[in-house]
Write a protein that binds this ligand. Structure first.
Ligand SMILES: *Cc1c(COP(=O)(O)O)cnc(C)c1O
Length: 370
């Protein structure tokens, strides 16, 4: 007898970033630049907060996460009713999909964007509708509006966009939201908010205050460096927030994750210094690559996007030869996370090597043509 499972053959698999080999010789450390992780270890104050929680892990975590909720309410000037937690903001996105869309319903998002979107949409039983980015790797809002049908239940907007790093202006988002039917939920995924230095950027919370259908998704994984603990949250209008809680994983945010998130918010000045350093490094690497002739999209995240098309897979090998594990999306491009200074210097070196090998390739191709 065959076990009856749902037909999940259409579910795109989530490919986690390649892990660094554990047997790497010290002389040539391999840097894992494939998951947009923060290279800094947790702050001593965060480690202390975790240690204080350890002897009570026999208890379930507090579902309301009241200490964390209080801090977020102060920070964003919202009520506890507006805050919902998830096991990473990936779970927030999944909650939104499960709360809004069922079989036959459509979820619209830009593509290429966060890999988890199509996967989670299919898992929710909904139909993913991927709208290609513009040639400059940005959300194509006109095309996204045109993709809305009577079956559309959720629209995802990623600012800055993973993996292209492109950002969205406040005016562009406002113009889009004004045209989206008010009964469709729009989520602004701001996983990289703290790295975004665009002066006129859209701010999800501002949009949420103006529109009853807008939800913001934030995470402690990237700028706060808590990827291994899994904690994210939604700021949402009360009706949506209530629905999200109804589909949330019970006890999805551990007591350790809550304690570390609280400690991180208390240590924000220290964490901001690290974020500033990563932003400075991103801009240093970006400038060095531009000098080499690369025309990469300006990034608002802790990563850079190389739009390499068919050269992506061989380009990933060049990075690997420099001891860098990056995230290639075959046929499209590759994403490199900004990390320690040594790793970043190697990105610059790999960029130079890649550039000359690609130019050589073109020269050979031209020679063969003539
Ligand atoms: C990393 C990321 C997330 C969420 O990560 P979690 O670790 O689940 O909080 C969400 N959206 C985007 C675009 C991301 O890159």
């Amino acid at each position: 007898m065959t076990i009856r499972l749902r037909n999940l053959s259409a579910t795109p698999a989530y490919k986690p970033g390649k892990a660094a080999p554990t047997d790497a010789p010290d002389a040539h450390t391999v840097f894992k630049l494939s998951s947009n992780e923060n290279p800094y270890p947790p702050l001593p104050s965060v480690v202390r907060a975790l240690e204080e929680q350890l002897d009570s892990v026999n208890r379930y975590p507090e579902t309301a996460a009241s200490a964390l909720t209080r801090l977020l309410c102060e920070r964003f000037d919202v009520e506890p009713e507006n805050v919902v937690f998830g096991s990473g903001s990936v779970e927030i996105i999944s909650q939104l999909m499960r709360a809004t869309a069922g079989a036959g319903d459509e979820i619209v998002f830009a593509w290429r964007s966060f890999e988890a979107y199509p996967m989670l949409a299919v898992a929710a039983g909904a139909t993913p509708v991927a709208v290609p980015l513009t040639p400059t790797h940005e959300h194509d809002f006109a095309a996204m509006l045109a993709a809305i049908t009577p079956r559309t239940r959720l629209i995802l907007v990623c600012n800055p966009n993973n993996p292209t790093g492109t950002t969205i202006s406040a005016d562009a988002l406002e113009d889009f939201l004004a045209k989206v039917p008010a009964e469709i939920v729009v989520v602004v995924d701001e996983a990289y908010l703290q790295f975004n230095r665009r002066p006129d950027t859209a701010i999800g919370v501002d949009a949420m205050r103006r529109h009853d259908n807008v939800v913001v998704a934030h995470t402690f994984s990237k700028a706060y460096g808590l990827a291994g603990l899994r904690v994210g949250y939604a700021l949402a209008p009360e009706t949506v927030a209530t629905a999200l809680r109804q589909v949330a994983l019970p006890f999805g945010v551990t007591s350790l994750a809550q304690a570390a998130a609280v400690a991180s918010l208390h240590a924000e000045t220290e964490l901001d210094i690290r974020v500033d350093e990563l932003v400075a490094e991103r801009d240093r690497v970006g400038a060095a690559l531009a000098e080499q002739g690369w025309e990469l999209p300006a990034s608002g995240g802790n990563f850079l996007w190389f739009p390499l098309g068919d050269d992506t897979t061989t380009a990933a090998d060049v990075f690997e030869e420099h001891g860098l594990l990056v995230r290639p999306f075959a046929g499209d491009g590759l994403r490199v996370t900004i990390a320690e200074r040594e790793a970043n210097d190697r990105i610059i070196a790999a960029g130079a090597a890649l550039r000359s090998s690609l130019l050589q390739q073109t020269a050979v191709a031209e020679l063969e043509l003539s």
